[in-house]
Design a protein around this ligand. Structure first.
Ligand SMILES: O=P(O)(O)O[C@H]1O[C@H](CO)[C@@H](O)[C@H]1O
Ligand SMILES: O=c1cc[nH]c(=O)[nH]1
Length: 287
């Protein structure tokens, strides 16, 4: 059986995984990912018991319980590059024997639930609306570095999207949320296609002093696109990488967001802390 070298599977002197500073026993089967490190205690304040906490760089982790349900909440920081680190390292904790540096034959399946903020695209989703991602279109580059084969429905979405938008500035990919987890956590929410970008400003069509190649007309056309009756609902920076990497690794993942910016009418939430708290409580009630 081949072993993973110290340069590929990087461990700290205490045996924890390199960036996240976690050991396998610190990880629950259900993991809530948040972008902002300060959001981790805003989730774990609702735990009945906090069992473990640690931090390295922007990766803050709290593991505890609500009733009998063991949960880990972990901050990823902003962007798909961090999701690459988080997904690979959490999967290593679950599915690699760190002492022998070998991949376990029996795999452990994790549930990932992103609890994040987002920009809404649709006029009928005002700021404060909770939205979950049924599908995702990746305009970040991450999955192009993997041998990623989308399942049939995501391939069809990609064909429809690239057919309607043949001149995008970057190659795109598509993916899907885990349908069972999506229904159990966000069954009655607004749902739609989330586009993930590798930046907040020009990639999402914002221009302060620098012009974006995503024009206001293109934003309007994104809002008008639909695939089998499902519209593009929101823009953010982690969902595509999370859903697609989790699926490739045999895990289940969904992305839950609260709309803070409405790109149709140019508004931003007057109470982002309250909106995020409502998102957190709504998700936790379903677990
Ligand atoms: O609120 P979080 O979870 O960080 O998510 C969104 O907010 C950040 C940008 O402000 C990006 O990470 C985006 O995906
Ligand atoms: O517009 C927004 C708001 C939050 N997060 C994003 O990535 N975009």
């Amino acid at each position: 059986m081949s072993t993973l070298s110290p340069s590929e599977l990087v461990l700290n002197p205490d045996g924890s995984i390199y960036h996240l500073h976690l050991r396998p026993e610190h990880l629950a089967d259900t993991i809530i990912t948040v972008g902002d490190p300060d959001r981790v205690p805003k989730v774990s304040q609702y735990f009945d018991e906090l069992e473990f906490s640690t931090q390295k760089r922007e990766f803050v982790t709290h593991t505890g319980r609500i009733g009998n349900k063991r949960l880990t909440v972990l901050s990823t920081g902003i962007g798909p590059d961090n999701i690459d680190i988080v997904l690979n390292e959490l999967d290593a904790l679950a599915n690699i024997d760190l002492e022998n540096r070998t991949i376990r034959s029996k795999k452990r399946q994790l549930n990932f639930i992103r609890v994040g903020t987002t920009g809404g695209l649709q006029a009928d989703h005002p700021v404060g609306t909770l939205v979950s991602s049924s599908h995702t279109i990746g305009m970040d580059n991450l999955l192009h570095f993997y041998d990623y084969t989308p399942e049939a429905e995501a391939r069809e979405l990609l064909t429809a999207f690239t057919g309607q938008f043949p001149e995008l500035p970057v190659p795109v990919y598509a993916g899907k949320a885990n349908p069972d987890l999506l229904n159990s956590v966000t069954g009655n929410w607004a749902q739609g296609i989330t586009i993930t970008f590798p930046g907040f400003y020009a990639p999402q069509g914002r221009s302060l002093r620098l012009a974006s190649r995503i024009s206001p007309e293109l934003l309007d056309s994104f809002a008008d696109f639909s695939f089998r009756g499902t519209r593009i609902t929101n823009f953010e920076m982690e969902t595509s990488a999370l859903l697609c990497l989790a699926g490739m690794l045999g895990h289940r993942a969904i992305s839950c967001s609260v709309i803070l910016a409405n790109r149709h009418d140019g508004t931003f939430s007057q109470d982002s802390a309250g909106d995020v708290d409502r998102l957190i409580r709504t998700v936790l009630e379903q677990l």
